[in-house]
Design a protein around this ligand. Sequence first.
Ligand code: LLP
Length: 421
Amino acid sequence: MEQFHYKNNELWCEEVNVDEIVRNVGTPVYVYSRRSIVDHCRWIEQAFGTIDHLSCYAVKANANREVLRTLAHEGIGADAGSVGELYLALAAGFPPEKITFSGVGKRNDEIEFALRRNILSFNAESEEEIQVLSDIAGTLATTARVFLRVNFDIKTTTHPYITTGRRHNKFGVDSSKALSVLRSASRLPGLEVVGIHSHIGSQIIDEETFIAAAEALSRVASNLRSEGINITQINFGGGFGVQYRNYITHRLLPLEPENPEAEVTTVRLLQAILPILKKTGCRIFIQPGRSIVAHAGILLTKVLYRKQGDGKIFVIADAGMNDLIRPSLYQSYHQIVPTRLVENEHEIVDVVGPLCETGDFFALDRRLPHVDRGDSLAVLCAGAYGYVLSSNYNGRPRPAEVMVDGDTFAIVTPREVLEDL
Ligand code: LLP
């Protein structure tokens, strides 16, 4: 059951009317449903059944401390992409033995920090990084447990900026080199090669792509084993796509015309790959980010102005690309709904922000119920890669973040004020 829904034509998050949050906290504001975070996490965990595994939440998707605490409490692990995320994950209560460290450019001080905390493992991205891991582990008289990130050159249909598994991308080492890299790595002091890692991109919605990646990962794992490299763990990464269109349907809302993600669920994607990965006999890791938090958050914004352009109606919101950059950066689609539905006619509008950039928009040529100055809009499915990518561009303080728990809500990140700039 999804936690954002209409009751008497008003938008609710769990048992809180979101307009109450608007009145109390102002806009723009991100609102998260704790129950939704927990549900999405548990759906993933349940899909594994009895399979030996560790899901490491990709902190980069949403690093809010309360979100992290909620997930740490669920007992899953965390994948950090920087020392900052590592710090936040530890502070939120993820135990070091459930934390992995990914990233194509780990600095020495970051590696040292991670080794001193004795985190579970590093997803290494190059031969040179493996050497550095060995050197630093040697200096600290400790051992770095390492997965090698392998690039299988898998084609995806996601936005080019969030494709990571093609040969021309900067990530991992070419699968043809995996054996020689791992053979040398296994001779290095201070290093334990435990497995291989793959992450082919984000917001991937077709099963075939995932199946191809799972098969490639399994194939390389068994090749390595037959060559005497004892791989006991495989990390499939994240990338599980989610539904953005028609997330909420209602008789007073237009039906969004295309819906390529209609049938997508993380559970279905997992069900497609788990039988393949399981056959390797390895412990299975995944690093889901978006699939846990995207549906758990919305961005609330107020309509500042309406303006008639040349053949266009602009709805000017008080949130902009500095608050949620996904539409500007990846042409991402986010459903937008008024927080109160009335029997209004629909119209085609551009929903734009207040910044001095033409690229500052949330939706172009979008059919929406008529809204006026002062009305509140909810940009849906904004829990992943929303606040974490926000900025102070154009001298704009970052928005607040609110966590809803049943019939109560709390500000978990205060709105920035001018003095914070
Ligand atoms: N593991 C690694 C190594 C990653 O680089 C990422 C995401 C994940 C896991 C989690 O992927 P997810 O399950 O969330 O797809 N800002 C973009 C997405 C960038 C993804 C970066 N890496 C967006 O807003 O769509």
